[in-house]
Design a binder for this molecule. Structure first.
Ligand code: DX5
Ligand code: ZN
Length: 211
């Protein structure tokens, strides 16, 4: 399986979102990563359901929606109806994990679960054969442009060893051409990158360097 590159539009210009989505699409992006933050689960507020609905009209790429919110279960149906193709929620958000996974899958879309830097990968063992994707955070969620935490990336190894080959193991936070190699060597097969891609002079080259 080729590495799935999911550029994070958190680093895009929100006043020119269509232009910036097309930029990464033309550059070879596989998915579009949408960071949803509520100011409670993380200390930042970003975008929500209406933006996903609008994005659906301007791109055919799968919308990879990363929910960094409290009560994610309340928002699965609206995000699924708006056109999310993958919904990832946080293990730490306090929901009933199995119920939330089942709810996402009931919309015939992919279900992902994510862990923050301080959460041990062992907590995911009961769910590894139930989810389509695990998202390992390599920064504290909340902001783009932070530094990659190498010790968090080691969790990828554990998840790889304890899951089947179909599981998508995604990494998010501080990804660039160098940290991408580390994550891939541990078994990651999907990479999220915001600032590295959007700050690049040549977006196509930047995406290629991650692949
Ligand atoms: C952080 C978000 C990330 C962020 C990554 O909470 O989940 O997706 O946009 O940004 P970079 O790639 O700049 O670390
Ligand atoms: Zn994200």
């Amino acid at each position: 399986m080729d590495t799935i590159i999911s550029p994070s539009i958190l680093s895009a210009d929100f006043a020119n979102l269509e232009r910036d989505v097309k930029k990464v699409q033309d550059g070879g992006a596989d998915w579009i990563h949408v960071d949803v933050m509520d100011g409670h689960f993380v200390p930042n507020i970003t975008i929500g359901v209406p933006v996903v609905k609008s994005l659906k009209k301007i791109t055919n790429l799968p919308l990879d929606v990363h929910l960094m919110i409290e009560n994610p279960d309340k928002y699965i149906e609206p995000f699924a109806n708006a056109g999310a193709d993958i919904i990832t929620f946080h293990y730490e958000s306090g929901v009933n994990i199995e119920k939330t996974i089942d709810c996402i899958k009931s919309f015939d879309i992919k279900a992902g679960i994510s862990i923050k830097p301080k959460t041990k990968p062992e907590v995911l063992l009961p769910y590894l054969d139930k989810v389509d994707m695990v998202l390992v955070m390599t920064v504290e969620p909340g902001f783009g442009g932070q530094e990659f935490m190498a010790d968090c990336a080691e969790k990828i190894k554990f998840i790889k060893e304890n899951s089947n080959a179909n599981l998508i193991i995604q990494v998010d936070g501080g990804i660039n051409d160098k940290t991408a190699q580390i994550c891939k060597s541990y078994g990651a097969n999907s990479l999220v990158a915001g600032s590295y891609i959007y700050k690049a002079n040549d977006i196509k080259k930047a995406i290629e360097s991650l692949k």
